[in-house]
Ligand binder design. Sequence first.
Ligand SMILES: *[C@@H]1O[C@H](CO)[C@@H](O)[C@H](O)[C@H]1NC(C)=O
Length: 440
Amino acid sequence: MAALYNSSLFSLVFLLLIATAIAEIRSTQIRSGSRSTIPFDEFGYTHFGRLNLTVTDISFSNPKSGPEPVLSELGFFLVTREAWQHVLEQLQDGDIRCTLHSDLVKRVFTFDQLQPSARQFTTSFSVSDANQFTLVFANCMPNLVVSMNVHSVMYNFNPKSGQLDFLSAGKTALPAIYYLFFVVYVLMGAFWVFALYKKRLSVYGIHFFMLAVVILKALNLLCEAEDKSYIKKTGTAHGWDVLFYIFSFLKGITLFTLIVLIGTGWSFLKPYLQDKEKKVLMIVIPLQVVANLAQVVIDETGPFGENSYTWKQVFLLVDIVCCCAVLFPIVWSIKNLREAAKTDGKAAVNLMKLTLFRQYYVIVICYIYFTRVVVYALETITSYRYQWTSVVAAEAATLAFYAFTGYNFRPKAHNPYFAIDDEEEEAASEALKLEDEFEL
Ligand SMILES: *[C@@H]1O[C@H](CO)[C@@H](O)[C@H](O)[C@H]1NC(C)=O
């Protein structure tokens, strides 16, 4: 357990640092001090890509009142990640003095092109080699401070349909993917309502809670699909991102609460929560608020936003604490059931519950591990063109988890906990004794 979390913590820290966000239209205000390069945004281009760049309110200040700024040493360029490594090597080897002068970058604009005494410019740059590029500002004058407002628009052009596509090449399929999963969850919800109606005499409170979780998940997917399809068409989310954040937050809280409630056996094993189980909820719910806030900041400021790094760390830490916290109630339940099995004589009943909870424990761990680690790994190892695969993997894993939970804890008219004959009871007692000997 501890090892698993240590390794996943490490991979998460590592992977989150290089995870990318969806590029769209972005405005940034910058003041370049000692930083010689400032990355803005990343975008996967097809063969028909374009970058429109508008920079306003440019001003220079030279604190040490040195020589006049050499304007050809200031400017914007596009570079791929692989090329960037080589540019840094060139710089180290002394082949070039300024990243802007490397032959491996695509110069978009150097400030010597600026009209005399102009404080702004607009440029449109077309990209015809398909690749993932980062827009970077370089300032090779060590003492010069530049401040300006940068407005960048990156998009691809579809020559067949004549439409613009503001989603990065690997993410342009996302709206369709989210709509598809939305439909699946709607069907799942309908099926669940049907199951509840059919077994209405053995329905508990938890079953309605599960319905709420599925509905929130569906709404969350719908908002995400709308959000992405607006960005795809226009470059901005038109407010759908706000709804998306709200439903993400509600979905996050209800899902973690559901895992805790099922873990404690609430409503189908016992009607109340113990104090320590309530405490877990009191930790998880506020932490989810923090996690969602962090997510909003990370998404809205882009991969190179000012405090992105800190917020990623916060998100990571909070997420891991939540994931660990929800496991405790399941562990407590397993412990209680094992003790009860030894004393109350209903060995078979308890053994069945025990198996169910152990399975659930394993599945929750797999789910957490897959969605937190495997998905991020996929995101980094796949080429920019296949970034959608990590979304499909995450959504498929989540769907499988919902389906498993629903199936295992579905309402049952014929409750298996209470219909057990003597033979089964004896076999179960034997099994428990064996288990004790080996301390499984
Ligand atoms: C980008 O700039 C070009 C040239 O000025 C212009 O024709 C095009 O409409 C602009 N694209 C967007 C999406 O603003």
